[in-house]
Design a protein around this ligand. Structure first.
Ligand code: SAM
Length: 275
């Protein structure tokens, strides 16, 4: 059988909300693929239907057994196989890594088509520095593990980009407020959809907003890089006040000293005054 595309694996990014964001090349490759490997045949079925394409689909995720992966590898040795996820770019907090690795190890041609990814969209919208960024996927759901990850990333001189869910946003902002209180954060929500929004401010201010307006939908949470400029006394007062909401003066002083490099004893004395 003749195919317009050569055999191999084609990684195809799909829209994250607005179907208009499908690329011409994505349509072309999905149309010419022999089979579409996807996370959920119902989700991908809807997209293919919208594009007027009827395709054979097979479910794939990285937990698939070796036999299913081998079947896909065998197919892509002979024919073009497309890989999509439910939304956005496959492999980016989505399945595909093991498949790509196996394909490369076997010398199978791998092509990746550029397209939407919430992480990049959030970064470009946030107004936070983007010369360096570190994408860290989802923060853990458990409080201690979440704080451990934030501590581990505290000194990275880059904007941190996380995926987050609406029910966990306030917990994540709380953790950032306590581990990285001096950072600017941004919340990019429902990107490319009707209720798209992007807010930025201190972890405390953003948390206050979302306490009053519980968030819905999908979220990218961004944390600005550490700021080198030593804060003035007014900044330190703001940070101390924020920390004192949940902590004793000694703890608040220690946290703000760590975040700002200012003298802990002086901060402790100031924390007692503010209390
Ligand atoms: N591979 C996808 C990509 O490239 O964007 C991400 C898949 S991951 C399983 C899903 C997460 O991406 C959501 O929980 C959310 O954090 C983020 N996300 C996806 N679509 C989004 C949107 N329209 N607005 C904001 N965040 C979104």
């Amino acid at each position: 059988m003749e195919h317009a595309l050569s055999p191999g694996l084609y990684i195809v990014a799909t829209p994250i909300g607005n179907l208009g964001d499908i690329t011409l090349r994505a349509i072309e490759v999905l149309g010419a693929a022999d089979v579409v490997a996807c996370e959920d045949t119902r989700v991908t079925g809807k997209l293919l239907n919208h594009l007027g394409l009827k395709k054979r689909m097979v479910r794939y995720d990285d937990y698939a057994d070796d036999a299913s992966r081998e079947r896909l590898l065998a197919a892509m040795r002979e024919r073009p196989v497309a890989l999509v996820s439910d939304a956005g770019t496959p492999l980016i907090s989505d399945p595909g890594y093991r498949l790509v690795r196996a394909a490369r190890e076997e010398g199978i041609a791998v092509t990746s088509l550029p397209g939407p990814s919430a992480a990049v969209l959030g970064l470009t919208l946030s107004g936070l520095p983007n010369d360096r960024f570190l994408f860290a996927g989802f923060l853990p759901g458990k409080a201690k593990a979440r704080e451990d990850v934030l501590r581990e990333l505290a000194d990275v001189p880059a904007t941190l980009v996380f995926y987050e869910t609406a029910p966990r946003l306030l917990d994540a902002l709380g953790a950032i407020g306590s581990v990285l209180p001096a950072r600017e954060v941004a919340v990019a929500r429902e990107l490319t959809k009707r209720f798209e929004e992007c807010r930025h401010g201190s972890p405390g201010d953003i948390a206050e907003h979302y306490r009053a307006h519980p968030p819905k939908g999908e979220i990218v949470l961004l944390v600005g890089p550490p700021v080198d400029v030593p804060p003035d006394a007014a900044d330190a007062d703001g940070l101390l006040r924020e920390a004192l909401v949940t902590e004793k003066p000694s703890q608040a002083a220690a946290r703000v000293a760590k975040a700002t490099g200012l003298d802990r004893k002086a901060l402790y004395a100031r924390a007692l005054e503010l209390k």
